[in-house]
Write a protein that binds this ligand. Structure first.
Ligand code: HEM
Length: 379
């Protein structure tokens, strides 16, 4: 298969059909020298582009440097195909705090998310000056990409937190089937898809008018929100099927709206929030997840979801530490993600089964032109 193009109007890894695996890392900048950061961004561009096409991070990387120095590529992806690798960069609000002379270039919408009711955030799994998202259909390819970018950044950046995702929980193209999350439900059915360019313009890509003056570098970019959401799967697994379906507002087998009779269930049929059941109650409950998150309840707001399932071992008290690493791309997180998450935090019946344990916001810049690099683009 052809590699995913690295350069273009927008960064890869946003509307690229969601790959099966993810390695995400949030980094802090440890140097005080803006020139070092700028040079690193340039070196990262070169290495990321090479790895996207299946090459070593540097020419002759694995053994070409000779026996007397550490190899310039760690080697574990040497014989593997590109596997649809995409590498997507993002900048956190703290990068623009003045340390690197970037304060004047901070987009207005890039400021920390507010707290939400029920948040249980771990600072060690939140925030970061920078992030890199690597997605691929082979986990070794994604991990290799992140590992080598970190290695190149030695002395300039340090790892703040990282997350592996082992299965996509979203589809971002009509060419894909809808995967399932760890609660066993199809996830991504009503997502914004790559083919819907009107929705992308309206809800995903930053418009030039959103970022006047010195923030214009962000036009064509997108804001990236991450939420590490622990799912209490043992509690869920003791919940009756009907209750599970009422919580989401869709059925478990097909992923269809609950108002449809069983023999007419179609995953992509529109949700009908007015339809009543035999008890004269709305068939999709008032506190169902899909009702609260639906644009009709939120003044037309939508988001592009691109999350992954995770299990990070166990919590030491007999439960798996598992859940959904929620990733969303939006034109303005404070106008889209924030009101949506406020509505969910307030009323979603799903909250009994989940816990938000990490959070971050990054500005993912637009794609790179032919001779451009991330350093030149930002500084
Ligand atoms: C829809 C699961 C968290 C926003 C859905 C659906 C499922 C689901 C099964 C229905 C299928 C679909 O249309 O994709 C989950 C789980 C979560 C979670 C298990 C946490 C562990 C969130 C969060 C947000 C969100 C934090 C945003 C703040 C949405 C939206 C929809 C949706 C916008 C589509 C609603 C529509 O237009 O029909 N989710 N979700 N979800 N979810 Fe979530």
């Amino acid at each position: 298969a052809e590699p995913v193009p690295f350069r273009g109007e927008h960064q890869a890894g946003i509307v690229t059909p969601a790959q099966d695996r993810m390695h995400f890392v949030a980094l802090d900048v440890v140097t005080k020298d803006p020139a070092e950061l700028r040079l690193l961004l340039k070196e990262w561009t070169r290495a990321a582009e090479r790895m996207t096409y299946g090459a070593e991070a540097a020419p002759g990387g694995v053994v070409g440097g000779g026996p007397y120095q550490p190899p310039a590529d760690t080697g574990e992806a040497l014989d593997l195909p590109p596997s649809n690798l995409t590498i997507t960069i993002g900048y956190g609000p703290s990068l623009f705090d003045g340390r690197f002379g970037l304060a004047g270039r901070k987009p207005e919408a890039l400021h920390d998310l507010p707290g939400f009711v029920g948040d249980d955030l771990d600072p060690a799994r939140s925030g970061g000056d920078l992030c890199i998202q690597a997605c691929a259909d082979d986990p070794q390819v994604a991990v290799h990409a992140i590992r080598n970018l970190i290695r190149i950044g030695l002395g300039v950046i340090s790892v703040r937190w990282s997350q592996l995702g082992f299965g996509r929980t979203s589809s971002t193209s009509t060419s894909q089937t809808t995967p399932r999350n760890l609660f066993g439900f199809k996830d991504g059915t009503a997502n914004i898809k790559a083919e819907d360019s009107d929705a992308l313009t309206k809800h995903v890509w930053v418009d030039p008018a959103d970022v006047p003056g010195n923030a214009a570098w962000m036009a064509g970019g997108s804001y990236l929100v991450t939420r590490r959401i622990r799912m209490h799967i043992e509690v869920w697994d003791r919940t009756p099927l009907q209750e599970q379906e009422d919580i989401f507002g869709r059925d478990k087998a097909v992923g269809a709206s609950l108002h449809l009779p069983v023999d007419k269930r179609d995953e992509f049929a529109p949700l009908d929030f007015e339809a009543k059941g035999a008890d004269n109650q709305p068939r999709i409950p008032m506190a169902a997840h899909v009702r609260l998150a639906h644009q009709s309840q939120l003044g037309g707001i939508r988001i592009l979801r691109r999350g992954y399932n995770f299990t990070d071992g166990s919590d030491g008290s007999g439960h798996l530490d598992a859940g959904l690493f929620f990733v969303a791309f939006v034109r303005d997180a404070h106008k889209q993600f924030v009101p949506m998450q406020q509505a969910l935090a307030r009323a979603d019946v799903l909250n009994e089964y989940i816990e938000h344990t990490g959070s971050a916001l990054f500005a993912a810049p637009p794609g790179l032109g032919t001779d451009d690099d991330w350093g030149t683009q930002l500084f």
